[in-house]
Design a protein. Structure first.
Length: 323
């Protein structure tokens, strides 16, 4: 007989999965061209592309694993957390696609105009790559802030509590994170820069396979660096992220704390003093010291809320205001 908590976990996962399918279907049937704005068109290909990448790198994990494989039950928990994150990401994507551009036009935001206004292969690829570089820079600082701020750490630590980092960990992100990331990463980018609107779907149609591959670079690298595979770039590790370098970031060892925040260009870590090279064959244990791994979707979903409540109670008792 299935225990009540187990039943609720399965039922919640099914409900969230059904919600993702329903929202994706509604977006697919939406008649307005507005639904093809950057930030929304990604919703129609993002999940299938991630699943394809997930299958690819999960297969590689079986061939060249860095450490023993993740238990099936824990692996499935990552997917459950990822389903909820995906649903929240859809809502956040809609906010980004409809609200922020309207605010940008109304207040003429974008202090620095970096639009290339290019056409054809080189123009679209250049605009996409420029967006990746700038987005990665802002993500570096957002990610670093998640570790430095006790408040933001509460929503980020569920990602780090995974004791068996693998391709699925890329999707193991709390459902609150997309909204926080929109506020702290997308909004500052919008205020500072004007960038070309590059629609990955339109780009794929115009440029075929090459254009589509350029469009999914950030997604592919995110799954790649979390994969449990024996791949590192040795002395060239300071250029691009790799599974070995990112495992250093997820390490529970004290000497690896707050290192290797970048996911794409490790240059940011090098420039700002957080880069930690990996020794040959170094794949340390992962997880969060003195934290117990979550065991259900409900526990993961409520984790930051409980942390914030605990911090509030401590403050009410006369403690300092958390940063």
């Amino acid at each position: 007989m299935i225990k009540r908590a187990r039943f609720l976990d399965i039922a919640t996962t099914a409900l969230v999965g059904a919600g993702i399918i329903a929202v994706a279907w509604v977006l697919g049937e939406f008649p307005s061209e507005a639904i093809r704005r950057p930030g929304v068109s990604e919703l129609s290909y993002g999940l299938p592309v991630f699943l394809l990448l997930f299958v690819l790198f999960s297969g590689l994990e079986r061939i060249i694993p860095a450490v023993p494989h993740k238990p099936l039950e824990a692996w499935l928990l990552n997917l459950r957390i990822g389903f909820l994150y995906t649903l929240a990401g859809i809502a956040s994507g809609l906010l980004y696609a409809f609200v922020l551009p309207n605010l940008s036009q109304r207040f003429n935001l974008g202090l620095i105009d970096l639009r290339l206004h290019g056409a054809g292969l080189m123009g679209l690829i250049g605009a996409q790559l420029l967006g990746i570089v700038i987005g990665d820079f802002f993500f570096y600082w957002f990610h670093r802030l998640e570790h430095k701020s006790a408040i933001l750490w509460q929503e980020h630590k569920v990602h780090h509590m995974d004791e068996h980092v693998n391709a699925g960990t890329a999707l193991r992100v709390h459902w609150i994170t997309p909204f926080v990331q929109t506020l702290l990463q997308a909004v500052p980018m919008m205020i500072l820069f004007k960038l070309d609107d590059v629609d990955p779907i339109k780009q794929a149609k115009l440029l075929g396979v090459l254009g589509f591959l350029v469009a999914i670079i950030p997604q592919a690298l995110n799954v790649f660096i979390h994969s449990n595979i024996k791949i590192g770039f040795g002395r060239l590790g300071f250029i691009l992220g790799s599974p070995q370098l990112h495992r250093i970031h997820h390490s529970r060892l004290p000497e690896h704390r707050d290192r290797n925040f970048a996911t794409t260009f490790m240059l940011w870590d090098v420039l700002f003093g957080t880069y930690c090279p990996a020794r040959a064959g170094e794949f340390p244990p992962t997880g969060v010291q003195d934290e117990t791994e979550v065991r259900s979707l409900g526990e993961a979903a409520l984790l930051p809320l409980r942390g914030w409540l605990r911090m509030f109670r401590d403050w009410r008792r006369g403690g300092s205001v958390p940063a």
